[in-house]
Design a protein around this ligand. Structure first.
Ligand SMILES: O=C1O[C@H](COP(=O)(O)O)[C@@H](O)[C@H](O)[C@H]1O
Length: 260
């Protein structure tokens, strides 16, 4: 079931990151109250890491019960463990190493110096997700993440699903290896659109002028093959968190500027 995108525009990238961090704290606390533990899927990229860094600085982070939070990724750059370009390395530096998380709660996608080739690595992560889903009593291939975060690339890519590449067409698998990505590194691992759509909430983050055209295209009825961001939505809520530059090509009646 698709949910209609809600758009919130913030003054600038820093305000957007701070507001998104505060919003994420609230969501996690509410999810923990509602069903015991919370599960979130992180994104890489500038805006995803900006949000995590803002969360690390936010005093409200102490409201989160860090022992009851499962952390996953929506995509990963297939690089050696600890590589500074890996999404997991950047998330560790921005937040994860600064909060009390047990390693068993942090579900990184496999690294290129591990035992798996990219396609096997995707299968291994898919199996880990399926196991977590079944332990949570779900019949789906992935857990119903409380929130799944996505950065929107200037070409409308989300996770590592790029326009017109085979990954964006995938309907059967939850995780795929991506070969020949137009953005370095060329080899990546990614959740697919059906896996993304299992999330209760999907938040798409975009800040900066270089994202304005991608945001316009994705929200103007373009199909998901041409604009993967258009195919990313949650079962309860789809939220686009933007700054004024990224929203500059949208008609103002499409969005609100409050931070509710
Ligand atoms: O390479 C990636 O890029 C996207 C977007 O990054 P941004 O820096 O343009 O915000 C990111 O969401 C994805 O996780 C990452 O692997």
């Amino acid at each position: 079931m698709s949910t209609t995108p809600e758009l919130v525009v913030h003054q600038d990238k820093a305000e957007m990151a701070g507001a998104a961090a505060a919003r994420l704290i609230t969501l996690i606390v509410e999810a923990q109250a509602e069903h015991g533990s919370a599960s979130i899927a992180l994104t890489g990229g500038r805006n995803g890491n900006g949000l995590l860094a803002a969360l690390a600085e936010e005093p409200g982070r102490d409201a989160i019960d860090w022992g009851r939070l499962e952390i996953w990724w929506s995509d990963e750059r297939y690089l050696p463990d600890g590589d500074p370009e890996r999404n997991a390395t950047q998330a560790r530096e921005a937040l994860l190493a600064r909060v009390p998380l047990d390693p068993g709660q942090v579900h990184e996608m496999p690294a290129s110096d591990g035992p798996y080739e990219p396609d096997a690595a995707a299968q291994v992560y898919a199996a880990e997700l399926a196991d977590a889903a079944s332990r949570a009593g779900s019949h789906g291939a992935v857990p119903a993440f409380d929130v799944l975060l996505l950065g929107v690339g200037p070409d409308t890519h989300v996770a590592s699903l790029f326009p017109e590449l085979p990954g964006v067409r995938e309907q059967d698998r939850s995780v795929i290896a991506v070969h020949g990505a137009p953005k370095p590194p060329p080899t990546r691992l990614s959740l697919t659109l059906p896996a993304i759509r299992a999330a209760r909430e999907v938040w798409l983050l975009a800040a900066g002028e270089d994202k304005a055209e991608a945001v316009r295209i994705a929200l103007s009825g373009t199909g998901e093959l041409q604009a993967p961001a258009a195919g990313a939505y949650g079962t309860r809520r789809t939220l686009w968190l933007l700054d004024t530059d990224a929203a500059s090509k949208l008609p103002p009646e499409m969005y609100r500027t409050d931070v509710a």
